[in-house]
Design a protein around this ligand. Structure first.
Ligand code: SF4
Length: 292
């Protein structure tokens, strides 16, 4: 179905800082939905808390701005109720890989057909620049004035270990690759992680656009086979890693596999889409009377 790009645009304009990487993510997501011909009324975008979690407000589709770290469980509930919706969870690295890490892992092993876009700027932006789960060692932030002493979480490796069936990375400075990755992620049947290196131009003065431009490369251009799980491990391990090797940052589709989704296996769906089933209550007044 052909849909004008304008149809996806909200009347509310993004209030991100000029140059924030999240603008590119919004543009790529919008373009991907249009490319796939998915109209806004068949799309739900769920977010948590953070600068990037304001994204649903800037898109003219169904949206739900949840609480911190809870984008994925809300998206899970919505998808379970109406598997016919295209459900996208969106948020930042602090939201998804920190407070929401438990939900993140279990959603991946369930393999629901959800796309999770994480705008990873390696810092807490909304709270003005504290270290996040993906900040690298030695990074000096407001909360780590002498440098981070913990190791950064590797989202792609965690996704592979947790059973995600589509694992990818994009970069806000390469909108074309990011859009291609989003198209493939949304098309994929199963849980898709798109980790986007989305620079915070205000609070992260280390991992800037230039920093990434010197390091990112697209795995497709090196003949990477996303069906090869061991090759995917090797790419995912390139960065971040314990050795602090940071000369190559892989982007593109790292892993893609066909496995049954949660929806394929859930017996309740034999009766059809839950959101479209009758409640089975002859007279709602009878139910209400039980409470009064
Ligand atoms: Fe973007 Fe950082 Fe500004 Fe937040 S503080 S809107 S992440 S540039």
């Amino acid at each position: 179905m052909a849909v004008e790009l304008q149809t996806y645009k909200s009347e509310t304009k993004p209030d991100w800082c000029p140059g924030c990487g999240d603008f590119a993510v919004l543009n790529a997501l919008t373009k991907a939905l249009q490319t796939l011909g998915i109209p806004p009324w068949q799309v739900l975008v769920v977010s948590g808390i953070g600068c990037s979690s304001n994204l649903p407000g800037f898109l003219s589709a169904y949206g739900f701005h949840g609480i911190h770290g809870r984008a994925v469980p809300v998206a899970t509930g919505a998808k379970l109720a109406n598997p016919e919706l295209t459900v996208i969870a969106a948020g930042g690295d602090g939201d998804g890989y920190g407070i929401g890490a438990g939900h993140f892992v279990h959603a991946m092993r369930r393999n629901l057909d959800i796309t999770y876009v994480v705008m990873n700027n390696e810092i807490y932006g909304l709270t003005t620049g504290q270290a996040s789960p993906t900040s690298e060692r030695e990074h000096r932030t407001k909360s780590t004035p002498e440098g981070v002493i913990e190791n950064p979480l590797n989202p792609l490796a965690l996704a592979l270990a947790s059973g995600a069936t589509f694992v990818a990375r994009g970069f806000s400075g390469d909108v074309k690759t990011l859009t291609d990755v989003m198209v493939r992620a949304i098309k994929h049947k199963g849980f898709s992680l798109v980790d986007v290196m989305s620079p915070c131009v205000t609070y992260n003065k280390v991992n800037t656009y230039d920093w990434f431009r010197q390091r990112v490369y697209v795995v497709d251009k090196e003949g990477h086979d996303p069906k090869d799980r061991m090759a995917a491990w090797a790419r995912a391990s390139e960065w971040p890693n314990l050795d602090m090797k940071r000369d190559r940052v892989p982007t593109g589709v790292i892993y893609e596999a066909d496995y049954p989704t949660y929806e394929d296996l859930e017996p309740a769906y034999r009766h059809g889409v839950p959101a479209k089933q009758k409640l089975g209550i002859a007279d709602p007044e009878d139910v209400l009377k039980q409470f009064f």
